[in-house]
Design a protein around this ligand. Structure first.
Ligand SMILES: [Zn+2]
Length: 503
């Protein structure tokens, strides 16, 4: 038996003015064929696929297609999508005959002229491979599942956890659904419900002690333990995509039991809809958040959700940084900014040199502002590390040449060439700081940062600053979304039957 595996991974934020290009994928790390199987054997979903299949009785031959990853950012160019399609189907053709496809997709990628990249890829794969070759795909929790994706794939398997600490395990779950199809003759029947609601990510922590996200995760995990269910997932979509078919989703696939798929899907969708307001976060102004951090003796983490690089924002917001400079911090206040020009400006500069730099407002020229500040160049370093935790298991990250700038307020600005996980402790450590011992850490992440900081922080605040991933997204003008859509619109009555698709 021969199983083809591959990956297309990018989360698009259409509010971000920076287009995602072929170069972003090439820089992040493409691998193909046998190299993919060797290099990804313990990394993210692909690692989960590979290790799960190697444990099957009579392990199959694994044919590596291609891994196409890029960090979350703006809409991909039409040219980039054309190239991705060519790369992907070129790899499919090169692989020849296979017994099944097992794919790791993000599920929220948008390109110019193609608002549903993964739906288009799955649809074309189905057309090329015919109706009988199993296609199983894993998806991020923030995927925008479309009818095309549901129709083309046999089973869709979403992450259960936010922070995304179950990526490898999701790969294993995808492989298990495929194993049941191939070895036990399982016949997937799917119920999919599109819910006309989009929720902010702050309260979507499934790993907290209690709350709506914890309870809904528990429900889908329990469903998946039932012997007739191949997969059950709830996907509160990431909110910054101005596209048709936009909304949260529930998808349940059973082994030849359409009534059970429908009942489970309707029940979970109904609960999400009824309790959607519980996702609304409490936000603190920039001024109040920084003042509260200054009053706290332990570590305070300020979540700059609107500039979350994990949400596809550009990463050069200085709204919180500007406020930090007004105080004097007993231990470091750690802030990250993406600014290749400033890294360039500091190239070859001797540590200890004082200079004036301009930060912000370049990458995000919609909501950003720029400030000038006098700093001392502390050191330069390569922001290169392996990330495990939210978003990655053993995932290699390279944000390029970077520089640490010290301001008199004891604010340390870590300037990177490229975007990436601008919350990860590994980044601060690569820069020479232990984030858990700082006075303040600005996490450019709305929720995922909690996985690693919750146990170390005396205070955590969700800050309301301007940016491309605003928590109050419904106050922005979206032109292409389906209406009515909550919370842009009040919807008096809705029942899951209205959003249901069965196959
Ligand atoms: Zn996500």
């Amino acid at each position: 038996m021969r199983i083809a595996i591959g990956q297309l991974w990018q989360e698009t934020n259409t509010l971000n003015p920076l287009a995602t290009t072929r170069a972003d994928f090439e820089q992040f790390g493409i691998c193909r064929g046998d190299d993919l199987v060797t290099q990804m054997a313990d990394v993210n979903e692909l690692g989960g696929f590979i290790q799960a299949m190697r444990a099957w009785p009579g392990p199959p031959e694994i044919a590596g297609l291609v891994r196409l990853p890029a960090w979350p950012s703006g809409t991909a160019t039409a040219e980039c999508f054309k190239w991705l399609r060519r790369e992907f189907f070129g790899a499919v053709e090169a692989a020849g005959n296979v017994d099944a496809f097992l794919l790791a997709l993000h599920g929220a990628m948008v390109a110019q002229g193609q608002p549903d990249v993964e739906g288009a890829i799955l649809q074309e794969l189905r057309e090329r491979s015919g109706p009988d070759v199993p296609i199983v795909a894993t998806l991020d929790l923030h995927t925008n599942i479309t009818r095309e994706m549901v129709r083309a794939a046999d089973v869709l398997v979403t992450y259960h956890s936010m922070p995304h600490v179950d990526i490898f395990e999701t790969g294993q779950r995808g492989a298990e659904a495929l194993r049941r199809m191939l070895f036990e003759g399982a016949k997937p029947t799917t119920a999919f419900c599109k819910i006309p609601a989009v929720v902010p990510p702050e309260n979507s922590n499934t790993e907290a002690d209690a709350g709506i996200a914890v309870e809904l995760k528990r429900r889908v995990v329990e469903l998946e333990k039932m012997s007739n269910i191949l997969s059950a997932g709830i996907a509160p979509v990431q909110p910054w995509m101005d596209i048709p078919q936009f909304g949260s989703s529930v998808v349940v696939t059973t082994d030849n039991d359409p009534a059970a798929a429908r009942a489970a899907c309707v029940s979970v969708a109904e609960e999400f809809w009824r309790r959607r307001r519980e996702y609304m976060p409490t936000l603190v102004s920039v001024e109040d958040a920084v003042r509260l951090a200054h009053e706290e003796s332990g570590l305070t983490v300020l979540s700059d959700a609107a500039d979350a690089t994990t949400s596809g924002a550009p990463g050069d917001s200085v709204w919180i940084l500007a406020e930090l400079l007004k105080y004097r911090w007993p231990r470091e206040a750690l802030v990250t900014v993406v600014a290749p020009e400033v890294v360039e400006q500091c190239a070859g500069v001797v540590p200890g040199t004082q200079l004036t730099v301009s930060l912000g407002g370049l990458r995000d020229n919609r909501f950003g502002k720029s400030i000038e500040l006098d700093v001392t160049v502390e050191r330069t370093f390569d922001a290169r590390f392996t990330m495990t935790g939210h978003i990655g298991k053993n995932m290699p990250i390279d944000m390029g040449r970077s520089v640490v700038l010290r301001h008199a307020s004891n604010t340390l600005v870590i300037v990177t060439t490229r975007t990436g996980p601008h919350f990860a402790p590994e980044l601060f450590r690569a820069a020479g700081f232990e984030p858990f011992e700082a006075s303040v850490v600005i996490a450019k992440s709305p929720c995922g940062f909690r996985a690693v900081y919750a146990g170390h922080a005396a205070g955590i605040y969700s800050v309301k600053a301007p940016g491309c991933a605003p928590s109050d997204f419904w106050n922005h003008d979206f032109k292409n979304i389906p209406r009515p859509l909550w919370p842009w619109d009040d919807i008096e009555q809705w029942t899951p039957a209205e959003g249901l698709l069965q196959k």
